[in-house]
Design a protein around this ligand. Structure first.
Ligand code: ASP
Ligand code: MG
Length: 405
């Protein structure tokens, strides 16, 4: 019998009516002659609510207790999903992460899956049951409950698909799949039939969050092909898989805009070995993730360093840099929040020239100034003014022939 792993996100199991709908879909999949493993998230909003409650009783909740608390969100939905299946005559059993044999390391709130003992699930599937597994959680060697980091139910699903050797893995969410751009902004955006792991990861890091990035990395490492699709309709979704030759015909596959970055400029610092190292050491020690970095050519021994950080960390960055400024020549730090990062992504860039030229020309023609530029093998990102970001996305989307006409 073919084996399918289906993952339903928080909005898909958001209330009891939706859980009943999910149960119908699971039943239909089983009735088609498949063995079905289901992973569910907590109801949407529940994890946030639990975190808020933890903070309401203690400034810095212990991470062990936080995991104990957060794991309850998924425990509710697995049980309700199993009951909903029983209600329509389907044999089903729910399992916590621990019961499903999901072993993790000891890093509470951001644990990594180390192994999965798939025997209990295997046994139940062979006995004709649907197995419902709590996403986002596992157990460590000490028998402690752990969670896998926000959005971690995706990772549970992908890892289970690998462990039970599933023939198919379906990630059900509240969007129809992966689009060439955010359809709320770019009305002409198209749903992609397929996309490579690398493109999906680059789009995610550029502000198009459909799935947890770690789960896509995991899928890429273990070759788990999966489909992202909506639980609210029966439209085909987007298949995510390793890149294949014919994909390269498309040079740019998607355009993403990230409005959550801030630009930090450290000016008037000494242009000598060690300045950049001190700046980025201070940021790293404060656990701040730096994205784009540009250093201008030094003049008269003085240089400027510009980089982007998540907007939520911009003030933390300023504080982290204050103590090192003296050591690097007493420069100044300034933060600009009215920026957006626009990225074009596509594996075809590896073998095609001119993508940067086309992008810059398109922006120039609209009088949109480019502030910073970075590139990877399959991505070009530019920082532009926040006010023009949506317009730029529409123009660039059209320019690269992505519009749905
Ligand atoms: N409930 C968890 C969260 O909100 C895990 C998930 O939804 O994937 O982050
Ligand atoms: Mg979620």
């Amino acid at each position: 019998m073919p084996r399918i792993v289906q993952k339903y996100g928080g909005t898909s199991v958001g209330d009891v009516e939706r859980i009943k709908k999910v149960a119908e879909r699971i039943k239909a999949t089983r009735d088609e002659g498949n063995e079905v493993v289901v992973v569910v998230s907590a109801r949407s909003g529940v994890t946030n609510e639990l975190i808020a409650r933890a903070k309401a009783v203690c400034d810095q909740p212990s991470e062990r207790e936080l995991d104990m608390l957060l794991a309850t969100g998924e425990q509710e939905t697995i049980a309700l999903t199993a009951m909903a299946l029983h209600g329509i005559g389907v044999a089903a059993v729910s399992y916590t992460g621990a019961q499903a044999g999901i072993l993790t390391d000891k890093a509470h709130t951001k644990a990594k899956i180390t192994t999965i003992n798939a025997q209990p699930i295997d046994r139940d599937l062979k006995a004709g049951k649907v197995v419902i597994v709590a996403g986002f959680q596992g157990i460590n060697n000490d028998g402690q409950i752990t969670t896998l980091g926000r959005g971690g139910s995706d990772l549970t699903a992908i890892a289970l698909a690998a462990a039970v050797k599933a023939d198919k893995c379906e990630i059900y969410t509240d969007v129809d799949g992966v689009y060439t751009a955010d359809p709320r902004v770019v009305k002409t955006a198209r749903k992609l039939e397929e996309i490579s792991y690398d493109e999906m990861l680059e789009l995610a890091s550029s502000g198009s969050k459909v799935m947890q990035s770690r789960s896509v990395e995991f899928a890429s490492k273990y070759g788990v092909v999966f489909e992202v699709r909506s639980s609210f309709n029966h439209n085909p979704g987007t298949i995510v898989k390793a890149e294949v030759a014919y994909m390269e015909k498309v040079v740019v596959r998607g355009v993403a805009v990230d409005k959550d970055q801030a630009k930090v400029i450290v000016s008037n610092i000494l242009d000598k070995p060690g300045s950049a190292a001190k700046v980025f050491r201070a940021l790293a020690d404060a656990n701040i993730i730096v994205d784009m970095i540009v250093q201008n050519v030094g003049r008269h021994g003085i240089a400027n360093l510009t980089f982007t950080v998540p907007q939520t960390d911009s003030q933390k960055a300023v504080k982290a840099l204050e103590p090192v400024l003296d050591e690097i020549g007493g420069g100044q730090v300034a933060v600009h929040e009215h920026i957006a990062k626009l990225s074009v992504v596509g594996v075809g860039m590896k073998t095609h020239s001119g993508v940067a030229a086309t992008l810059f020309q398109c922006l120039a023609a609209a009088g949109i100034n480019i502030d910073l530029i970075t590139t990877s093998e399959i991505k070009i990102s530019v920082v532009i003014s926040l006010d023009r970001a949506d317009e730029a996305a529409r123009l660039v989307h059209a320019e690269f022939g992505l519009d749905n006409t």
